[in-house]
Design a protein around this ligand. Sequence first.
Ligand SMILES: Nc1ncnc2c1ncn2[C@@H]1O[C@H](COP(=O)(O)OP(=O)(O)OP(=O)(O)O)[C@@H](O)[C@H]1O
Length: 407
Amino acid sequence: MRKSVNRVWRRVMANKLISEMGLPKSIANIFAARNIHTAKDALSLTEFELMELLDVGLAEVTTAVSSISEISCPPYQTALSLLEQRMHNEHLAGHLPTRLKGLDAALCGGIPFGVITELVGPAGIGKTQFCLKLSLLASLPSSHGGLDGHVVYVDTESKFSSRRMIEIGVNSFPEIFQIEGMAQQMAGRILVLQPTTPTEFSECLQKIKDSLLQHHVKLLVIDSMAALVSGDGQGQCRQHPLGWHMTFIKSLAEFSRIPVVVTNQVRSHSGDDPFHYSFQDSRQNLDFPTTFDSHLVAALGIPWAHAVSIRLVLESKSGQRFIKVAKSSMSPPVAFTFAISASGISLLHDDGIEMTGPEINAICGQVLKHFNVASSINDAHNIKYFRDFEVTVVYSIKNWSFRVVCG
Ligand SMILES: Nc1ncnc2c1ncn2[C@@H]1O[C@H](COP(=O)(O)OP(=O)(O)OP(=O)(O)O)[C@@H](O)[C@H]1O
């Protein structure tokens, strides 16, 4: 939009008439007599060509050219005027604080309004835990630092657990949750939608668009976007299977000016086809191994990566969980260690580790090669087995056998 405005502006300025620029009449008339009418006509010639054409001296041509350039130049903005504009629009550019002090500082206040923030990482790393905490924060009364609003939580894996959310609330904000009826009130503000196919997801998004403004919604969570691509065999298409959804979600964020948080899973880097996910091989080879792979990539690929403004990578390395600010126009590339407890996600240190080079974008972690298997099993199993190391379980879902090795 801004690009096209600039283009129109440049065209308008290039076509500005020399006769209307207030140049001395004598020189303006000479330009007109030689059929040089617009700024573009004059500025496409060199000063020597103009001297020859107009039959005037170098000094006159130089003065005329500098006046025409100055007048036809788009108005400039100083850093100060941009800062003033930003402060003026501060109410449109707010943040939802995560209450993870170091991360909020790195993100200049928290999860920004009006853009998409992505949480990407392997199964069981804590993306959903983070989303649950954010949902609580958005629905907390403003007297307690929340946004006092409703939350739309799109749960594509049927993993949403109200019990876990209340547990996080009770442990993180005991003073609020001890108030009678508060837990119910908070839970009542979080609307959970559970589409299971891209088609249902499209319908869901249309409904969300209508209700965002009406229902005082202050946060939209989509957990997970990647899980939807496994169905319908759409991974074979040249076009991204969620292309329409990506554009729609981006425009939802811009139009509603609320924070939009979307989780994305990971796949092994091995596939040649950018839209060929590793889980699609599982039909051929059920005896698949797990991978400890530092070359994991975000499952939704490059088109999606362009749609998000903030990418937070959650990963595990040497038995430690990290959250990295991998993409942000405002923040340095920085990583924080974190843990998950009864009160949800918390940082182990508020001082981030500054990262240099491509490490900030790498995603490490032990994951199932076929990443969506773990996320499609029952939530309770997921949590139990991800805490236990070296456990192998064989699941049978819809005639498919899945061997889940956790660690
Ligand atoms: N009550 C709890 N106390 C401590 N840790 C917990 C608790 N509940 C969940 N966890 C931790 O959270 C992890 C699961 O995190 P989460 O469900 O957010 O993963 P995820 O990244 O969303 O995975 P997926 O991609 O499969 O959806 C568990 O492995 C466990 O370590």
